[in-house]
Structures are given as structure tokens and as C-alpha cells.
Design a protein. Sequence first.
Length: 294
Amino acid sequence: MLPSIITKRLIRGICLLGVAVVLSGCSLIQTTYNQLPRLVHFWLDRQVDLSSAQSDRVSVALEKWLVWHRQNELPKVAEELASWQSLVLKPVSGDEVCARFDVIEQWVFEWIHHLNADLTRLGLDLAPTQIAHLRKAYAKSNANWRESWMDGSPEDLLKHRVKRSREWADRLYGKLSTEQGRQLTQLAKDSVFDAPTSFERRKLRQGRVLGTLASWRDQAPSFEQAQLQMKETVNVWRQVPDPVMHAQQERLTRYNCQAIADFHQQTSPAQRAYAVKVLQGYEADVRALMAEKK
């Protein structure tokens, strides 16, 4: 499977299972988790127009992955969610927030790398028309991204970012005060987020995927060589090679971690108790998934 495609979908789906669930707006953990193979397959088919044989292989690979993940990875996720329940009852630092999300990010890429052989096998099997299909899918996705994050008035773009922040805050803490709403707006105004740089980083990653696929068509590497290249290509989605883009991403990450810590500092005891109940619910859902025999 293609790293850009599978990374995007797995991160969105698997975020249901980590602390990132609160920040990314995920819900319906049990239902979505069990449907991950079908959802990923459907989304992937829309991106590259899978052949019948490819479709069958993708389905088998994703079902096997889900069995492995349920048995080996969900216990770690449940323990992480349990640890967050004590963490949210007290003030936290930006470093603590980043450390927790570093764990989640590392897990996600480990989970994706577990599919490395299947990612490679599909990539090697893609026809030129399917690669062209992917290029068009990237173009459409990029147009949508620009519309949301770049192509609007400063006021509209700020509202969009505040809305995203408000969604996770409402989900974790419950009803926010007027002053907390103002704080979210100020944090968005002060953010080091730079849309043009983020857009260029996005295109660089996509270009790496398309370049890898094109090179495989021209050079016909061995499967072992292709697997290594696939792993390197996936890793670009975690850390881009461009030092300027990487530095900007690091600054944004640090800012976001500190912003979360600063906002949490202003929450009330009742809101923190609400957050504990939210996390307890997520943990209960994950443990229920662990108990399922599928």
C-alpha cells in the first residue's frame, strides 16, 4: 500500500486508540476500529482504483494487521489512556504534553511499518494509470487543503483554526467559559503555524511517494531494496529531509504542546474531572476491543 495513503488513513483511524483521540476529534472507537480494514480499503480504492487482485490482497493484509494490532498493541494504548487520567487532574508542562504525543507518534509509525511488505508489494504492482490516478487525488486533496488553510481572508482562516481547537477542547473538558473561548482565539493568533511552509512540506512528502513509485517502474528493484525504500519514504512523513521545513515543524509542535499545557492550566476542577470521565470512556472502549475474539 502507498505510504501517503495508508499513513493518512491509519493515523486518522488509529487516533481513536490513543490520547490523540481527544485532539483529533475522533469518536465511536469500537465501531470504527472494527471497520478499519473496510474503511482503509474503500478509501485506498478511491485513490488508485485497485484491480480485483490488488483489492483481494489489500483486504487480507488489513484483516491480518487488525488481528495483530488487537493482540499486541491495544494493551499499550489502554495503559496510556489510564495514565492520562491522573495526568489531567494536575497542571502539565509543554514538555510533558510533547513527550506523551511522541509516544503516540512512534506507535503509529511502528504500526504502519508493520505493513511494510504489503505496502511495498502494492507499490511495485501499481500500473502507470494508477500512479496517474494517485497524482490527481493528491491535486484534489491539496486544493481542499488550500481552501481550508490558505485561500481565505485572515479573519476566516483564524475562525477555522479556532473552531478546530474548540472542537477538541469541548470534547475533552465539556462546556467552556467565555474567557476560555477568548484564550483559544489568542493561542491561535499567537501560533507559529505557517500555511505556505506547511503546504510545501505536504507537497514534498507527496513528491517523495510519487518519485519512489516512478523509480520502481524504471529500475525494477529487488523486493528487499524496495522494502527499504518504502520504509524510508514512510519516514519522510514523520521527518521531512528539508532542514527549514523540519525546523518549522519542530517549532509548531513545541508551540502546540505548550498551548495545550497553557490552556489546561486554566481549566477548572470540574472540567478536569470531566476529562477523566472522557478518558475512562475511551479506555473502557479499548479494553472492550481487546476482549473481542475476531
